[in-house]
Design a protein around this ligand. Structure first.
Ligand code: TYD
Ligand code: MG
Length: 464
């Protein structure tokens, strides 16, 4: 039998303790334990008295009848791309993002599009009044869409209401942190409540066949707040990202049981809601200063889609004992590695220099293929050499200094050619691209060659 009495739940990870302590042993967060009543047993589950006998069920084989349920397509192309071709009936999707990033806006647009196509859609807001939601819809010109709207927070009431009338195709709960269940004895907003409410709502989705979208808040360090267990309970987790100063937003799949997770959807926030961006490269490259040293265009790939972004580097003599390394949009550890390779194999002296690296436009690049674009930007900034106009870079740098081929190179070259680039710096290994789609292909096998090539363009002065 579990011990009775108060329990203390970590509000960051959901770990449960019988005594209060300052630091959660499970996730290392300080002051995150809150006293909560014990989580109620799952309704309908049998007690542990041992008397009840389990029900015998038939086992099945892997090869059996499966009905591929038709997807609910929102016709917002960028959204459907990330969900893997539309929402799956009976599935649950969690969408996280910073406050004000546009989650409610995106979901209202999806709801309106589905409702306009004749499906029943219910939007439950726990954060805003129906008046506020209506005002937003009006501003986006969606006020006429037949969306069923409610401002409610009690899960039992919501499920009872959803049971009335025609089964909805899509239910949006904005947000899961505001929901509370009468079956759970904890204050709203606590981990236990969030988990309990999510469990009830997910059970509703699975039994009714409606697609459920839960909105989740994100904590300062980018985790979906509340228990990580909600992420394990749902079928797909999407995150909606963007930089405050930029108007574009990226929807990214983190987990998806019904599709690939590496796709991104790109939107731009306008005065009339979010509009789709079908050519993200053009957006990320807008306003590029081509005549300055320290900038290199990386031909990246997000999911199946090539995306060109500008990598900017600034290498300047330091006034500090320990030089600074600051990165926005790329991994710190990856920059440290490229710097070490440039020092060891490229002969660069960077120990007395601060290094700043920025992925323009606010995109986050996760690919190692960006290594040589970063290296080129760094060498260019250090030497003052302006990189050749209209060229793109891609290739992975190994610790030995070798430049390794990367995947989907042909698509990267095609995108660069489409956007009017004239040359590509790429690894010497890998496939033969024929005429390179009209691009001048400059192949490199080792960083020393790349460094020499760039340094040769530097204005006359001692290269340190
Ligand atoms: P919202 O969807 O409420 O964000 P979230 O639900 O993620 O907290 O969007 C909030 C921001 O979006 C708000 O600061 C205003 C801006 N916005 C626009 O710029 N244009 C619009 O048409 C709408 C509806 C919102
Ligand atoms: Mg909102």
């Amino acid at each position: 039998m579990a011990k009775r009495g108060p329990t203390y739940t970590c509000q960051a990870c959901g770990a449960v303790y019988h005594r209060w302590q300052g630091k959660c042993d499970a996730c290392g967060t300080w002051s995150s334990l809150t006293e909560e009543a014990q989580a109620a047993p799952v309704p309908g589950a049998r007690g542990s008295s041992g008397k009840a006998r389990g029900r015998v069920f038939a086992l099945e084989t892997l090869k059996g009848e499966t009905q591929d349920a038709p997807r609910i397509v929102s016709r917002i192309g960028e959204l459907d791309r990330v969900t893997g071709g539309g929402f799956v009936p009976g599935s649950v999707l969690l969408i996280g993002g910073d406050p004000g990033i546009g989650k409610s806006t995106l979901l209202m647009q999806a709801c309106a599009a589905l409702a306009n196509s004749g499906q029943r859609v219910v939007y439950v807001s726990g954060e805003e009044s129906t008046g506020q939601v209506r005002l937003r819809a009006e501003r986006m010109g969606l006020a006429d869409a037949p969306v069923d709207l409610a401002a409610e927070t009690n899960v039992e009431d919501i499920i009872a209401t959803l049971g009335q009338g025609q089964r909805p195709a899509l239910v949006v709960i904005d947000s899961i942190q505001t929901m509370w269940s009468g079956e759970v004895e904890s204050a709203p907003g606590t981990v236990t409540q969030v988990r309990g409410s999510a469990q009830s709502l997910i059970r509703y989705a699975k039994t009714s066949g409606a697609c459920l979208i839960l909105v989740g808040h994100v904590t300062k360090d980018g985790q979906i707040a509340g228990p990580r267990v909600v992420e394990h309970m749902v079928d797909a987790v999407l995150s909606f990202e963007g930089e405050g100063a930029h108007s574009f937003r990226v929807l990214r799949g983190q987990k998806n049981r019904f599709g690939a997770t590496d796709e991104i959807g790109v939107f731009e926030m306008t005065g009339k809601g979010l509009s789709e961006v079908s050519n993200p490269s053009a957006l990320f490259l807008a306003g590029r200063d081509q005549a300055a040293p320290g900038a290199a265009v990386f031909a990246g790939v997000e999911g199946t889609r090539p995306v060109l972004v500008e990598i900017q580097a600034l290498v300047s003599p330091t006034s500090l004992g320990t030089p600074r390394r600051a990165v926005v949009g790329w991994e710190n550890s990856r920059l440290a590695m490229v710097l070490a390779v440039l020092e060891t194999h490229g002969g660069l002296r960077l120990g007395q220099h601060d290094v700043y690296l920025n992925v323009a436009g606010g995109l986050r690049v996760n690919e190692p293929a960006a290594d040589i674009a970063v290296a080129a930007a760094l060498v260019s900034s250090l030497t003052g050499a302006i990189l050749p106009n209209e060229s793109v870079y891609f290739g992975e740098v190994a610790l030995s200094g070798a430049i390794r081929p990367v995947s989907v190179a042909a698509a990267r070259l095609r995108e660069a050619a489409k956007l009017g680039f004239g040359a590509a710096f790429l690894p010497s290994g890998g496939a033969d691209f024929g005429d390179g789609g009209g691009l001048n292909l400059r192949r490199f096998g080792h960083v020393t060659e790349l460094v020499a090539d760039i340094a040769a363009r530097a204005p006359r002065r001692d290269v340190k």
